[in-house]
Design a protein around this ligand. Structure first.
Ligand SMILES: [Zn+2]
Ligand SMILES: [Zn+2]
Length: 713
């Protein structure tokens, strides 16, 4: 620093020689002048350090030097900060911003200092930039409509400048307004960008903090109105969705149509729309099902009713469907009451259909026992038909026919197998060798065991429902004694063979008439029709067989025999059996042979009126003893049945026993076959013993026995 060194001394020496009291002396004057010639910062620093090194006394001039130096240094650092901050770009700290006025004042300050600072050029450059920016901002703010992108860019640039122009606040406001208006526009723009109600509320809330402007005020008002309308429609839709009183599709349609123009996503209106669409599909389904080739299936109707009930739409077809379902149910209930035994382990459909697994004794039995124990799950694949197959009447009929065939083959196999089982009544039979199994799960052994007339298997008499001789012989007319034992009701069918109450044909026909009136199809109905056809066809064959020459001759012989027994003089001993007057049967026409439905028992000695016989345990007990005492007098066979006559009758009876219908022809054939055999005294004894035991109250404990079987309704 050779050159400046010389200058320092030149300037400083006289300056220092002047005592402080004479600061304005003539020697100092040129030096002072030199000082005001704006020396550089470096020169001022050198002067100041020299004064310090040489320990110059404090003087006003020195103080000015010091002040000037520190002010200049502050200015330089501020100017550097301003320039470097601008270079730092968007990362600068917003707090250090100065206003335009401050910048101008700063520049003045720098210009006025007696120190040459080359940074002043930079600061002037900044000022020029800011002024140019300000001009741009003013122009942008004045232009209409404001361009949000331009305003935003200007705002960014202003931040980078590090100097705040007076228009900055307005710029900020306009940017916010533009941004908000843009958001509102995008939210309400059709069709995809539909804001939710929450978004709308948020926009309104945000709009409240945006500086007001005509555009903003207008948008806010519109937004508020839209929100109010949307909320009103939502409320309306909500009421429709929740209402107990459902509205018809037309009403909902009108609401949806009106709400269609609201550019807001309305969840309730949307739900209403979906419900309406479902309701339309439902109505179409109902139309299709009601106008199909067949009556609709109960299952399908129930499904439709369930769906229709869940829809928040008033459907006029629903009530009609519900009514149809209701009538179908009540029909089925009536049919169930007609057919099913109390606590039956079978469904109505199972009872109406042939027992296709009749041959599989173990399956049948285990199913029965599982049901008894409550383990059985209802078999949906009845007759090998799926739930879908059951909807088709054709497949039900085909399966029924196949089931009939399988049932007959099965029972024949079962009879062969069961006939080979040793009788529990035989003296030498031990429990171990017996392969029969009663429904109670135990092996029937010894007295009290009964053999089923159909499947030929053995059962405990106490475990099953058995015929009651005494009841079947009542009421007893006080005349016409008869020892017609073949008319006694001793026929026993086990609960596996006789699955229902076996109603009479006329009862079933009444059910069928009611079924015809149902506008609903149900598999039970088809099964009942098949069963009825099967029964009528069997009845036709039975009547034909009974009317044949040889059989009617045999029947005539039986009638004669009974009349002969009636004509026999009434003696005090032994007691006599009486037939009741034959009941008239509207369905019978072919054979002309009236089979008595009930026979009477009279105790000639002790009983003088039928009422007394019907009442009183004592007389019942006496009657049983009376019957027991009669047994030795029973003789037979009373008819000779040639094999050619018996075999077809036996086959007919087997087929009739498979039918879950009570037919008088079955009874006639059974009596005829009975008459052709010796009386089954063992069966009669067992039945009498069972009845006696029951009268003593020692029978049937712990087991709910089905009441009287085979009683005609
Ligand atoms: Zn048993
Ligand atoms: Zn059986």
């Amino acid at each position: 620093m050779g050159g400046s060194e010389g200058l320092h001394r030149q300037v400083l020496l006289p300056f220092l020689l002047c005592p402080p009291s004479r600061s304005a002396c003539t020697q100092c004057r040129p030096l002072l002048a030199a000082l005001t010639l704006s020396p550089g910062l470096e020169e001022l620093r050198a002067l100041e350090s020299e004064a310090r090194e040489r320990r110059f006394p404090s003087s006003e001039l020195l103080q000015r030097l010091k002040n000037c130096l520190s002010e200049a240094e502050a200015c330089v650092s501020r100017a550097l900060g301003l320039v470097s901050g601008q270079e730092a770009g968007p990362h600068r700290v917003a707090d250090v911003q100065m206003t335009l006025a401050e910048l101008r004042a700063f520049l003045d300050q720098m210009s006025n200092l007696p120190c040459a600072m080359h940074q002043i050029g930079d600061v002037r450059g900044v000022l020029e930039q800011v002024e140019a920016y300000q001009a741009e901002v003013c122009e942008a703010l004045a232009s209409l409509p404001p361009s949000p992108a331009l305003l935003q860019a200007l705002l960014e640039r202003g931040r980078q400048l590090g100097v705040e122009v007076p228009e900055a606040q307005e710029l900020q406001q306009q940017v916010e307004q533009a941004r908000w208006l843009d958001e509102v526009k995008r939210t309400l723009a059709p069709p995809a960008r539909r804001g939710t109600l929450a978004v709308m509320r948020g926009l309104l809330l945000a709009g409240a903090s945006v500086a007001p402007s005509p555009a903003v005020d207008k948008a806010r008002a519109e937004l508020q109105e839209l929100l109010t309308i949307a909320e009103r429609w939502e409320e309306k839709a909500h009421l429709c969705l929740e209402a107990r009183q459902k509205h018809p599709p037309a009403t909902l349609e009108a609401i949806i149509y009106e709400a269609e123009n609201i550019p807001v996503h309305l969840p309730n209106i949307q739900a209403l729309k979906e419900a309406l669409a479902k309701a339309r599909a439902w109505i179409a389904d109902v139309d299709e099902i009601q106008n199909g080739d067949h009556y609709p299936c109960l299952d399908d109707l129930e499904g439709l009713v369930a769906v229709g009930r869940d829809l928040p739409v008033g459907l006029e077809e629903l009530r009609q469907l519900e009514l149809q379902v209701l009538t179908a149910h009540s029909w089925r209930e009536k049919a169930s009451k007609t057919f099913l035994k109390k606590n039956s382990c079978y469904t109505l459909l199972e009872v109406l259909c042939p027992c296709a697994d009749a041959g599989s004794d173990s399956t049948k039995r285990s199913r029965w026992m599982e049901k008894e124990l409550g383990l059985y799950k209802s078999d949906t694949e009845l007759l090998g038909l799926s739930a879908q197959d059951l909807r088709d009447p054709g497949s039900v009929i085909v399966a029924f026919k196949e089931g009939e065939q399988k049932e007959k083959e099965g029972i024949l196999r079962l009879r062969r197998a069961n006939s080979a089982k040793p009788s529990p009544l035989a003296a030498l039979t031990s429990a171990a060798s017996a392969s029969s199994l009663c429904v109670c799960g135990q092996v029937p052994a010894g007295a009290g065991a009964l053999r089923c007339d159909l499947c030929q298997d053995w059962f405990h008499g106490r475990c099953v429902s058995v015929p009651r001789l005494l009841n079947s012989l009542r009421p007893s007319p006080p005349s016409s004694p008869l020892l017609a034992w073949w008319e006694w009701d001793t026929k026993f069918l086990c609960p596996l063979c006789m699955r229902s109450r076996r109603p009479r044909l006329e009862t079933i026909l009444a059910l069928l008439v009611a079924l015809q009136r149902l506008p609903v199809r149900l598999p039970e109905g088809e099964a009942l029709q098949c069963l009825t056809e099967r029964a009528i066809s069997w009845q036709g064959r039975a009547r034909q067989a009974l009317a044949s020459e040889d059989v009617s001759a045999l029947m005539g012989r039986l009638t004669d025999l009974r009349q002969r027994l009636q004509a026999e003089p009434r003696s005090p001993e032994p007691p006599i059996l009486l037939p009741s007057a034959p009941a008239s049967d509207p369905l019978r026409e072919g054979s002309g042979k009236d089979m008595p439905k009930a026979q009477g028992l009279e105790n000639g000695d002790s009983v003088t009126s039928p009422e007394k016989v019907a009442a009183g345990e004592g007389s019942g007990k006496r009657d049983l003893e009376l019957l027991s005492s009669l047994l030795p007098q029973l003789t037979g066979p009373v008819l000779e049945l040639p094999e050619a006559t018996r075999a077809p009758l036996e086959e007919l009876m087997l087929e009739g026993d498979l039918l879950e219908v009570t037919l008088d022809e079955n009874h006639s054939i059974w009596q005829l076959l009975q008459a052709g055999r010796p009386p089954d005294l063992q069966r009669v004894c067992t039945l009498l013993e069972l009845e006696k035991a029951e009268r003593h109250g020692s029978r049937g404990r712990g087991r709910a026995l089905e009441r009287r079987r085979r009683r005609k309704k």
